[in-house]
Design a protein around this ligand. Structure first.
Ligand code: BGC
Length: 819
């Protein structure tokens, strides 16, 4: 069928960076228009410089083009250093913010404040007052003029309160591959936290989707460190622009729920740096205020007791200046302060025990010299400093009884649509005034007993799945199901709508779709945090199949209707082999977890109000055993499980590529209702502007590793754009749409890297027949590998090539990094 004109929900994201006001986001849905291109600050399609000065070199490409290498001058470090006023969002960020001056100013104030505090007062700053003993899940007491802090979940909204927005989950946000949307969501969540009087938001969550079953994967940003890092980066810039302190969690290697407090994640140094630490490194570059150490052990030492990860990596190498708090009861003993922990949360050793590893114990250790006064001052300075750094000393609200929602539903709806991935479409979508539609499956329906049927969403969903379960949730103020959204939309087309929400009566499901023009089957798969078990799933998923016999439901419908569209709401990958190639399955819509506008976003995709642009943030395999790592289970109550990260750098698509395993749908894949053509690849070097850094740049160019120094991994020169890749993207279809061009690096074989690693992406929106010029920049960091012997980042010897394309396996152009 020929799709009709598409219309878009326009989101105009505007950042007010006037000196006296906090950054604001305003979102507005335009009237649906069929031909107006989306114009907003979300797109950045700056043209390639045509300067031809400099050395010329050839770039091999798969398209016919004139290749050239030119040079241009490095852009400046963003001068504004205040977290309330971050650099404006850009589809390809070229500006590296420097928050050091803001930290320095905050430290000066903090040092002055604590100068007259007693040891006990300083200790109080570092010690929570006990589980939920205050407005938040974590609270610190007032000390002198410092009012104390309220620390609250969750990564997708404000937990344990009402009149807040339920934003799309982290995994949905990552699936947009759209930095402006990531930033807008962060900002809106930050604003809601501030309105509710929260000082420290306990998110984002940035553990990697190492294992497909991982219970909390949906809170995070997928299975690639670069995509996770960029999503974390934008989210944090947004959250803190909204006024709340952000928390990068869970540091580090907390990739499964089973025995999360009794498992040692055993990870080699290079893998740790290149995969698992990358999002946390980006969090530090975004100026994050707080980091939460995790429950697990790393190489046999508990995360909150781990001097290597806390002090050497986070504070020395990344140059982190905020404070490290423990996960709830993850502090293991009184010496954790020596290892680098700055705050124990929620303060008591076990909930409501009235005891603490800090408190009087820490005071005693300082008194007897085991913990130095300097270290205690450092802890208190970091905590008070972070509070000043976010200007929370200036009129910070402590209200909780407020409606914090504003018009954030518009952002929820747009991210819900932009984070939906179209996996298959045999002409079934977008819907074109169908005569009849049948909605099949409970996932299409509103939950039977309201949107918050279980505490922390911890139960078998009876309706649409719009978030997982656990502390990473909030209470729905309302929840739009597909049933409501599609009915409302069907009224416009005067379509007959039928439904059958019973997942278990397959005969009835099959019968209900006979003779209907379109059958839409909704299936889901849930998971969450390990303190709640749902239907035998103790946090992690027991398998990768759709819940409620979803596979059979789809097959029962497809057996009776040759236009069966499948919509999934899943926390992560599913094995879809039983039905993916069924000739009657004409479309697959991978809708992730949409938050409180989930149904509207799905309807926007089905009807083409949003032309799909989302891309998978993980690989969908043909078999569970195709994935490089599996859940580790078992162990007695006393055992510490060993989880060996033996796949090393080869997680997700890196493994499939290296092992030549064909996935069902690869990382980065996603269809549109239009088509795109790539052409005219070029790459140019960017001259460093800051001559003071030239020695370091030259050392790196000569193959030297970055020095072992304070902040060595986040050094600005290492992250400034060093190369600019440009190319054209043409919309060769008939509908307006967005594309996500991706850039993958191929290191020389001797580097021991996976065949392809994502190092850049951007988003463009193009009208039919139009061509847009696109650029993606690469830093020296992007080209480096972690040298274990020299303990620094270095450029591997040999030729580095790259590809640009529409997924990790759909390369359209290729080139060589000039040496
Ligand atoms: C979770 C954290 C959460 C904390 C406070 C812990 O169990 O792992 O993510 O922030 O509880 O609720």
């Amino acid at each position: 069928m020929a799709p009709r004109s598409l219309s878009f929900v326009l989101l105009l994201v505007s950042y007010a960076v006037a000196s006296n006001s906090s950054a604001t986001v305003s979102a507005s849905a335009s009237a649906f228009s069929s031909s107006t291109p989306v114009t907003s600050s979300t797109s950045s399609t700056s043209s390639a410089s045509t300067s031809t000065s400099g050395v010329s070199a050839s770039v091999s490409t798969t398209s016919s083009m004139t290749s050239y290498l030119a040079t241009e001058t490095e852009p400046p470090v963003f001068p504004a250093t205040d977290p309330l006023y971050p650099p404006p969002v850009s589809a390809d960020p070229v500006i590296v913010p420097d928050f050091a001056p803001a930290w320095a100013a905050a430290y000066t104030k903090a040092t002055s404040m604590i100068s007259n505090f007693t040891i006990a007062q300083k200790v109080n700053i570092t010690t929570g007052v006990g589980w939920a003993n205050g407005l938040c899940v974590g609270n610190t007491p007032p000390v002198g003029n410092f009012p104390g802090l309220c620390l609250q979940d969750s990564p997708l909204g404000v937990r344990d309160t009402d009149l807040v927005t339920s934003f799309p989950a982290g995994i949905t946000t990552a699936s947009t591959w759209n930095r402006a949307l990531m930033r807008a969501r962060g900002l809106a969540i930050g604003q809601e936290n501030r309105m509710k009087g929260v000082n420290v938001a306990l998110g984002p969550m940035m553990n990697m989707g190492r294992i497909a079953q991982g219970g909390r994967n949906w809170e995070g940003f997928g299975a690639d460190p670069f995509l996770s890092g960029e999503t974390a980066y934008e989210t944090i810039l947004g959250l803190q622009a909204g006024g709340v302190q952000a928390t990068a969690k869970h540091y580090i290697n907390n990739e499964q729920e089973w025995k999360r407090t009794q498992e040692s994640s055993n990870v080699d140094d290079r893998t740790e740096h290149e995969i698992y630490a990358q999002p946390f490194m980006r969090a530090v570059m975004a100026g994050v205020s707080s980091v939460m150490c995790s429950y697990n052990l790393i190489n046999d030492t508990y995360a909150c007791n781990n001097n290597k990860t806390l002090t050497d990596m986070m504070k020395r190498e990344f140059g982190f200046q905020g404070f490290i708090q423990s996960d709830w009861s993850a502090t293991m003993n009184i010496l954790s302060a020596v290892a680098g922990l700055d705050m124990t949360m929620p303060g008591d050793i076990t909930f409501d025990s009235g005891t603490s590893y800090f408190g009087q114990n820490l005071t005693d250790l300082v008194m007897n010299g085991t913990v130095s006064m300097q270290r205690l001052d450092d802890m208190a300075t970091r905590i008070i400093g972070a509070w000043y750094y976010l200007h929370q000393d200036e009129d910070y609200p402590n209200a909780t009884e407020v409606n914090a929602q504003s018009d954030h539903y518009l952002i929820v709806r747009e991210i819900g649509a932009a984070g939906t991935v179209l996996l298959k479409n045999e002409g079934a979508l977008p819907l074109d005034k169908p005569k009849s539609i049948v909605l099949v499956g409970s996932d299409a329906a509103p939950p039977v007993s309201g949107p918050n049927e279980y505490t922390d969403q911890g139960g078998d969903p009876s309706g649409i799945l719009a978030m997982g379960w656990g502390s990473g949730t909030d209470n729905f103020t309302y929840l739009i199901s597909p049933y409501e959204a599609i009915q409302a939309r069907a009224r416009v087309d005067q379509t007959s709508v039928f439904w059958n929400f019973d997942d278990w009566d397959l005969a009835s499901a099959g019968n209900s779709v006979i003779g209907m023009e379109t059958a839409i089957v909704f299936v889901n798969s849930d998971s969450g945090e390990g303190y709640i078990t749902v239907d035998g799933n103790a946090g992690d998923r027991q398998n990768l199949s759709a819940w409620h016999q979803g596979d059979q439901l789809i097959l029962a419908v497809a057996a009776q209707n040759n236009n069966t569209i499948v919509v999934t709401n899943s926390v992560g990958p599913l094995i879809i082999e039983p039905w993916v190639e069924h000739p009657n399955v004409t479309a697959i819509v991978w809708a992730n977890l949409g938050g409180n506008e989930a149904g509207n976003a799905i309807a926007d995709i089905l009807y083409g109000a949003w032309n799909p642009s989302g891309k998978l943030p993980y690989t969908i395999a043909k078999s569970p055993t195709d994935y490089p790592a599996q859940l580790v289970t078992g162990g007695t109550a006393a055992d510490i499980l060993s989880i060996n990260y033996t796949e090393g750098l080869f997680i997700d698509y890196r493994w499939f590529d290296a092992q030549n395993i064909t996935p069902r749908y690869e990382f980065g894949f996603g269809l549109s209702y239009t088509t795109f053509e790539y052409s005219n690849l070029a790459i140019m070097a960017i001259n460093p502007a800051d001559s003071a850094q030239m020695d370091l740049v030259q050392n790196w160019e000569d193959g030297g590793a970055t020095p072992i120094a304070q902040g060595s991994t986040t050094a600005l020169w290492l992250h400034m754009p060093a190369y600019k890749v440009t190319f054209n993207v043409k919309n060769t279809g008939t509908l307006y749409g967005g594309e996500i061009p991706q850039l993958y690096i191929h290191h020389p074989l001797s580097a021991g890297e996976p065949p392809s690693v994502l190092k850049g992406f951007t988003n463009v929106e193009v009208s039919p027949g139009q061509t847009t010029s696109v650029s993606i920049t690469l830093s020296r960091y992007d080209l480096s590998i972690w040298d274990v012997v020299r303990q620094g980042w270095a450029k591997p010897e040999g030729t580095i090539t790259f590809s640009v394309g529409a997924s990790s396996r759909d390369f359209r152009l290729s080139g060589t990094i000039p040496s």
